[in-house]
Design a protein around this ligand. Sequence first.
Ligand SMILES: C[S@@+](CC[C@H](N)C(=O)[O-])C[C@H]1O[C@@H](n2cnc3c(N)ncnc32)[C@H](O)[C@@H]1O
Length: 713
Amino acid sequence: MADDFDMIAKTFFGLEGVLADELASLGAKEVSTGRRMCSFRGDRALLYRANIRCRTAVRVLKPVHAFTITDEASLYRGVGELDWLAHLEDDGSLAIDPVVHHSIFENTLYTAQLAKDAIVDQIRAKTGRRPSIDLADPDLRINLHIDRDRVTLYLDASGDSLHKRGYRAAAGEAPLNEVLAAGVLRLSGWDGASPLSDFMCGSGTLLIEAAMMARGIAPGTLGRRFGYTRWKDFCPATHDAEMASARAQARPALFFPIQGTDLDPEVLAAARENARRATVDGDIAWSVANFEDASPPAASGMLVTNPPYDRRMKTARIEAVYRRIGDALKQHWADHTAFLLIGNPDAAKHVGLRPSSKIRLFNGPIECRLLKFDLFAAQGDRSARQREASCESLPDFSNRLRRMARHWRRWFSRQNVDCFRVYDRDVPGVPLAIDWYAGHVLISPYERPHGRTQIEQTAWLEQIVGLAAEGLDVPRSKVLLRAGDAGAAGGGPRAEGTRMLTVHEGPLAFDVRLDPSKETGLAIDRRDLRKLLYDDAPECRALDLFARAGTATVAMALGGATSTKSVEASTGWTAWAKRNWKLNDMSSAVHRIVCQDPLEFVAQLDPAEGPQFDLALVEPPGFDGQRRAGVWNVQDGHVELLNQLLACMAPHGRIYFVTTFRRFKLDAPQLCCASVREITRRTIPRDIRDKKAHRSWLIFRDDQQADETKEQG
Ligand SMILES: C[S@@+](CC[C@H](N)C(=O)[O-])C[C@H]1O[C@@H](n2cnc3c(N)ncnc32)[C@H](O)[C@@H]1O
């Protein structure tokens, strides 16, 4: 037809075929598919219709000019060949979206700048006025496409991306793009007339798109605007006719169930609101449920879902979650077809069912697979995996805590110790440490694969907090959850603010800080080490290297050390140490705090000045085994550090050396004038289950060892 022109519609990878079908059904001619696009022909009415009705197009473009380039000047000239006043008023606004493939231009933005100059200069030369730039809401959006030396200029008929239907008020954690959701439904072959469910529906995109499809509600009728309505040749009558015809297609109600469930009530509230805005709220039944408890609304139908793909999730966890999804499908969804859009192709293996088809798609930059599973008869009982991952073992947990707390309270009250570990991974499926700090409770989750999704982990930890409060008989406000796997950043139960309190270990008192993400200032697993230092300190000149809050120094000072030196680089820790001094009436004249890098401090000790210490604690900071350039680590650096220190120890001097690096190997033969004994078993307290929470050694000056041997002889 004489009024027909070429157009292209852009889409996402993998949706080209379904978009071509959609365009053809709307009356497009000469439809052919390309990479992430379809080209077609039609008239102005079709241009409007494609924008209003297409569910799988991202935007519709109209080519207006094409030319070849050799350099910058030819790009400027080529853009200027078109009469821009035919498309834009001289006081209008424009934006240029560049798409550049294999071009002589490396800088995409520069091409847009050149094209903009060409348009603005041309209009100014003709009228003396210049259009302005408005990237967010221009009168004319131009797509500048450069492929090697070939340039095509398109007018963007959509303006904003067509995935913005106008119904999304609120999004969940990782909402699916509306165009992708519609594409998934088309690829699934859903007939728009049979029961449909999503058991991890999030903000409901798949189901809302499905309900709109089934009801014939065109995505462009929900109130959004289109770029072509601001074109100079805009025809309101044609637009109104297309809108009216699209609206006339809508059917009033559905005669089959659409069901959306999710574990997160907040995200479900967003889904409800989105559905209301899409005018399909009456078509979808929403409810809060774990996917393992969701059951189909009818004997047969389709399940389509997009399970969480948390990039921070550890592989073992992803595997466990997908195994549970597979179990749930087998258990509850017999006689259904299930489609899973999975953001982690490897995870698919763990569903434990053979997919009957796989389609490669992209969710933004994330490569996905749309897997189809044909589910037949129900299989097996609720699996062991499901039982393990759910919270069934928890009701007994508060009783266990009550028993353990009673036991340890009895034990520690005799020693006037009011902070200790009540629970330490005692139950395999409950990998937590729970510490008692003088009436307050600190829960620290161990980093362990657990097979729960983020929202499940949050709910699980909420439950743990409640059970801990009940079992330990404290108000919930006194239970603090450490940020771990599902902590503050990961959306764990609300982390309470910091609390400071004073705790006791026999005669010693310490200020501790209970904070979801910071150290407490008192390592419970060093309690017995502090006791050893206390007993060993009488009449000693003591050194505490890497002293942090100075808790070991306090032990040595109150144990009878004649003087102490606490060396610590951080001013925060040294300020804290001062508070501990005050709490224990330690005089700062004999108990000195040195704010200096401990390695530097030791390097500056001068053996010529004679023995300076009788007793020392050396506890270098943690090391994960990864050597980093320019960063000191305990494995490579301990020999030099200890030898420097040994040279300044008194003949009867002892160094207690402690590390949390589990694979640490103390290089004893390299130590000068020293004999070494590992004492880890003596320094791990009985309430700490992990017998390698730290490792410790006692290093004697050799003359001391020689004396001992002589005495024994
Ligand atoms: C990737 S999101 C789904 C996004 C959704 N397609 C949308 O467009 O908003 C995954 C969803 O799984 C939910 N989820 C995680 N664990 C769940 C569980 N055990 N039971 C039900 N839903 C769960 C999360 O709350 C989240 O909303």
